[in-house]
Design a protein around this ligand. Sequence first.
Ligand code: MLT
Length: 263
Amino acid sequence: MFLHANGLRMNVVTAGADDPVLFIHGFPLSNAMWSPVVRRLAARWLCVAPDLRGHGDSEASPAASIADYADDLAAILDQIAPGRPAVVVGLSMGGIIALEFFRKHRSKLRALGLIDTRANPESPEGVARREQMAQAALTAGSRALADVMIGSVLSPRADSAVRSGVYETMCRTSPIGVAAAARALATRPDSFPTLPLIDVPTLVVVGEEDAITPVETLRDIHEKIPNSRFEIIPGAGHVPPLETPERFGTIMESFLAELPSCP
Ligand code: MLT
C-alpha cells in the first residue's frame, strides 16, 4: 500500500494482524529483504515493512538525516497501528535508524532487533568515502555503487538467486535516494551513549561471515545493552534474513514469543 509520511509517498508492505513488528531494511536495499521473515511471522504478528524514503518504491527527498528516516517510520506506525507500541527490527542502516527511533519515539517502542549494524559515528575517512559514493551515484547511477558493494555484502556461499536479487535491488534504488542515504550515514549520531540506556527487550544478531559489520562489532553492542540477547548465525554475511531465512526466522520467532505481553 502507499501512504504519506512527512509529505512523501511511501510504499509499505503489511501482512498479518495483531501486535506490530516494524522491519527497517539496510542501504541501499528495499523492503524485499524482509519477504521471507514477513511470510513466516504474519501468522501471528502484524508485519510492517516500509521502503525507506528514496529506496524501493518510496519517494526520494534530496537530503535526509537518520532522524528523518526514524520520523517517517513513526508516522507510518501512527497510521497503521495507532497507539500500539511496535517491535522495531533494523538491519545495518536500519539498525542505526532503530537506535534513533529509540531516542526519539520511545513511547512507540516495545522491543528492539539490531541486526548486522553499528553504533559508532562515521570516521573522517568514512565521511569522505560516503561523499564519493553519493557523487558516484548521482553522476554514474546506482549501479556504480552496487558493483562495489555486491562483493562484500553477502557470504561467498550465498545462493546465486539471492545475490542477483540483492544486486538488482541496489541497481534499482534511486540515485537521489542513494546519495541522501550515504550522506545521512556520514553524519549519523554516535549511538554508543544510547546503548546502556536501552530499557526494552533487545535482540542482537550477526552473520558469522559479515564483512561489513563483523561479529565483534555486534558482540560489543550486545555487551553494552542491559539484558540483551545475542545470536551469531553461521553461513550468513551481512544480510541473514535473506541468506539464512530459516535460522533467522526461528531466532525472531523465539525472541517474539518470549516478549512480556503489552500492558
Ligand atoms: C547497510 O547495509 O545498511 C550498509 O551496509 C550500511 C553501511 O554502509 O554502513
